[in-house]
Design a protein around this ligand. Structure first.
Ligand code: GDP
Ligand code: MG
Length: 446
């Protein structure tokens, strides 16, 4: 994630209204997810404000008292009734207030003015994450469409509030000189969206052929982690790769800092990539850009579907993930289900029970905790053996004149034996048939 390379911590507070038809569990789950999403963007959420209401306040989403409370916290580091421990340290340091719903442009404007810091609603937070994660041209275009759709009414709001002239016009509904400006912006946005949609159609065809070609050429051992936000994908990624091991040469053309090699290194060398996580309450307008961004997982040879076994709603999440993977055409990619966070499922008896039930229902699954090094090591071996399935043994000869190819041989195959005579070196190796064929050709020409 881009956030990992940003050095300055950005502080934020979260805020949410709990409506009467939303259970405490649902409400908390959504807030937990918002905080995880915020973390992905590099925010540290230092406090959460909640309020039960029968509806959102039309002026500023939260009630006026709660808005005042947040204002005090953000500006003076205190909360209405009593001080929050350590709150003073954050006075004047809060960069944003994150709201756990999509709110109207005017609600956002009012809240921003009253609280005195930037307001990001749930949709905007998610859009930012998609924006940071989209690599392919198609994914970027989809995200831009969603952003433009989100921005359009907010531009109007900004124009309306820009000056007395604007306010007058919006009241009268007439056509003033300034309105044509807004009209122009609106038309530009419409045109741009249409243009992007055309591009996407064209790219779709091109992308499919490119993907096929890329896989053929490189025969990459790539693993992609997919699943809901908070399932433990990034934690597993770090545990499997060692956080520092970045892939220098970007073999996955579409990904950068989210691709790392399995560590310790294996034969064949395995690349692991993190993907943009599924989100529980994904705003409808963002579904297309989410799928497009996720499609990059199709470049992998193996999908690790990570599931939080300690989440009461995990069965449904599993189903949704399966459905979406099916929709984007990922059924052809082999998949291993990884039930994570087993340590978080009650006591050891409950854990054993849960594990047995999972194994019964999903015979080839992995049940584990990313917090237990031995279980991470076992997962690593499971991944490696998947990629070693199709390996064959072969003998290769490398003349002394071409020893520069030795490194390549060791990088792409497992060397079982090496013998030398006066002409060169014999190797007995195990590797992928395609790789061996390419090496043999190179050695013959050397
Ligand atoms: N108890 C427990 N917590 C975990 C485990 N794996 C991850 N977590 C925690 O779950 C939260 C979300 O993990 P993260 O890797 O960011 O999830 P992601 O959104 O799927 O990338 C973090 O607070 C992790 O520390 C696990 O196996 N057990
Ligand atoms: Mg993550």
């Amino acid at each position: 994630m881009r956030s990992e390379v940003e050095d300055k911590t950005r502080y934020a507070v979260a805020a949410a209204v709990q409506l009467p038809n939303v259970s405490d569990i649902e409400f908390e789950a959504s807030l937990t997810e918002l905080r995880e999403l915020a973390k992905t963007l590099g925010f540290k959420v230092v406090h959460t404000f909640v309020q039960k209401r029968t509806g959102f306040d039309t002026t500023g989403y939260l009630g006026i008292g709660k808005r005042q409370e947040i204002h005090d916290f953000v500006n003076h580091g205190v909360e209405g009734e009593g001080a929050i421990p350590g709150a003073a340290a954050f006075a004047g340091q809060i960069d944003a207030i994150l709201v756990d719903h999509e709110i109207s442009p005017s609600q956002a404007r009012n809240l921003e003015k009253e609280v005195g810091c930037e307001v990001m609603d749930r949709t905007m937070v998610i859009l930012e994450i998609f924006h940071n994660n989209a690599r392919s041209r198609a994914a970027r275009a989809q995200v831009e469409i969603a952003r433009l759709g989100y921005m359009a009414p907010r531009l109007r709001e900004a124009a309306k509030l820009a000056g007395p002239q604007g306010r007058q016009r919006s009241g009268a509904g007439g056509r003033g000189g300034g309105e044509s400006h807004t009209e122009l912006d609106r038309r530009k946005i419409r045109d741009r969206i249409a243009e992007l949609q055309q591009e996407i159609v064209a790219m779709d065809v091109e992308r499919k052929t490119q993907r096929a070609r890329r896989q053929e050429r490189q025969g990459l051992a790539g693993v992609a982690l997919v699943g809901y936000t908070n399932a433990g994908k990034s934690t597993l990624m770090r545990a499997l790769t060692g956080s520092e091991v970045l892939v220098a040469n970007k073999l996955f053309a579409t990904l950068d800092t989210t691709v790392r090699t399995l560590h310790p290194e294996s034969v064949p060398r395995v690349l692991v990539s993190d993907t943009v996580g599924f989100i529980k309450n994904l705003p409808h307008g963002l579904v297309a850009s989410f799928k497009s961004t996720l499609e990059e997982a199709l470049d992998a040879s193996l999908l690790l579907h990570v599931i939080d076994a300690s989440d009461p709603g995990f069965e449904r999440q599993l189903q949704v993930t399966d459905d979406v993977l099916h929709e984007i055409g990922a059924d052809a990619v082999p998949r291993i289900r990884v039930f994570n966070k087993i340590d978080h499922v009650g006591d050891s008896e409950a854990q054993a029970e849960c594990e047995a039930a999972l194994r019964e229902k999903y015979p080839d699954c992995v049940v584990m905790s990313a917090r237990r090094p031995d279980e991470v090591a076992r997962l690593r071996l499971t991944i490696i053996s998947f990629f070693q399935q199709g390996l064959v043994e072969a003998e290769l000869f490398l003349p002394w004149s071409a020893q520069q190819l030795r490194g390549e041989l060791y990088a792409s195959c497992e060397v079982l034996e090496e013998r030398a005579d006066e002409e060169g070196a014999f190797f007995r190796v195990r590797g992928e048939p395609d790789t061996l064929m390419i090496l043999r050709e190179q050695f013959a020409q050397a």
